[in-house]
Design a protein around this ligand. Structure first.
Ligand SMILES: [Zn+2]
Length: 257
C-alpha cells in the first residue's frame, strides 16, 4: 500500500496536466477550468484535456492483449506500427490493431504515460512493466470520475527503425541529472560514460529511486566496487530530487486547503 501511494505521488509529479485538476479529481471532485493559474504546469502553458476517449481506446486495446504488454508495445498496436515482434505474435490481426492510427505512436506513448501518472492506469511490474487497469479505470469508465490528463505539446514525429524496447516509466528529469553526473565523472576519469554506468542503470535509478547503498546494489549493473566509487554522488542526487518532489506535493496539498 505504501508503495502504491508513493507511485501515485511520483506520478503526480511527472504529469503535464493541471495539478489542481489532478488533485481534485483524485479526491473525487471535478475541476474543468482549462488553466488554474496557480500550478507550475498551467504557468508553463501546459493544457489539460478530457482523456475519457483516450482511456477507453487504450483500455480496450490493453484488454484485448490480456493486459500483458507494456507502454511501448501498446503504442505500437494503437498506432498500427508493425514489427517482427507484433507480426510474430499475430497481433497485427487484432481488432484493436491500428484503431488509433490517426495519431502518431509518440502521441499514444504520451497519453498512456499521462494516464499512468494520473492514476487511471497502473504500470505493473519492475523489469518488464505491463499496463493494467485498476479501480480508478473502472470508476472513470463508469462515468463516476472525470478523466483529466495533460495535452501533448510536441509535434509528433514518426521515427522509423527506432528501437522498440519496452520503456519503463522513469523520471526523465532525474535521468538527465544522473546523465550529467555520469558525464562529469567520465570526463574526470577520461573514460566513455557507459563505462561508469550504462543508460539502463541510470534509467533504473530514475525509476526505482534507490535511497541507500543497499538499494543501489539491487540496480542493474551496480556492484560493490561502483557503489564505493560513485555511490555517494548518485545517491545524493536521487535524494535531493525525491525531497524536491515531496515539497511540490506538499505545496499542492496546501494550495487546496
Ligand atoms: Zn493548474
Amino acid at each position: 500500500v505504501a508503495i502504491r501511494k508513493l507511485q501515485d505521488m511520483v506520478g503526480f509529479c511527472e504529469t503535464h496536466a493541471c495539478r489542481r485538476a489532478v488533485l481534485l479529481t483524485y479526491f473525487g471532485e471535478g475541476y474543468h477550468e482549462p488553466n488554474c493559474g496557480g500550478c507550475d504546469n498551467c504557468a508553463s502553458g501546459r493544457k489539460t484535456m478530457d482523456g475519457m476517449e483516450v482511456l477507453k481506446t487504450i483500455t480496450t486495446c490493453a484488454l484485448e492483449l490480456s493486459e500483458n504488454y507494456g507502454v511501448s508495445y501498446l503504442a505500437d498496436i494503437l498506432s498500427g506500427s508493425v514489427d517482427e515482434k507484433i507480426s510474430g505474435n499475430g497481433h497485427d490481426k487484432l481488432a484493436c490493431f491500428g484503431i488509433g492510427k490517426q495519431h502518431r505512436r509518440r502521441q499514444w506513448l504520451f497519453w498512456i504515460r499521462e494516464l499512468i501518472y494520473c492514476g487511471y492506469l497502473t504500470s505493473f511490474g519492475m523489469k518488464y512493466p505491463v499496463v493494467r487497469s485498476n479501480a480508478r479505470t473502472r470508476e472513470a469508465l463508469d462515468g463516476k470520475i472525470p478523466v483529466m490528463i495533460g495535452e501533448p505539446d510536441f509535434q509528433a514525429v514518426l521515427t522509423p527503425g527506432s528501437v522498440r524496447e519496452e520503456e519503463p516509466v522513469y523520471s526523465a528529469n532525474l535521468y538527465e541529472i544522473l546523465r550529467d553526473i555520469r558525464k562529469t565523472i567520465a570526463d574526470d576519469e577520461d573514460v566513455p560514460p557507459f563505462q561508469i554506468f550504462p543508460n539502463r542503470t541510470l534509467k533504473e535509478m530514475a525509476t526505482r529511486l534507490p535511497r541507500s547503498r543497499g538499494e543501489l546494489l539491487t540496480i542493474y549493473g551496480v556492484g560493490e566496487h561502483k557503489v564505493s566509487r560513485y555511490g555517494v554522488q548518485f545517491l545524493d542526487a536521487i535524494t535531493a530530487y525525491a525531497d524536491h518532489r515531496q515539497t511540490i506535493v506538499m505545496k499542492a496539498h496546501k494550495a487546496r486547503l
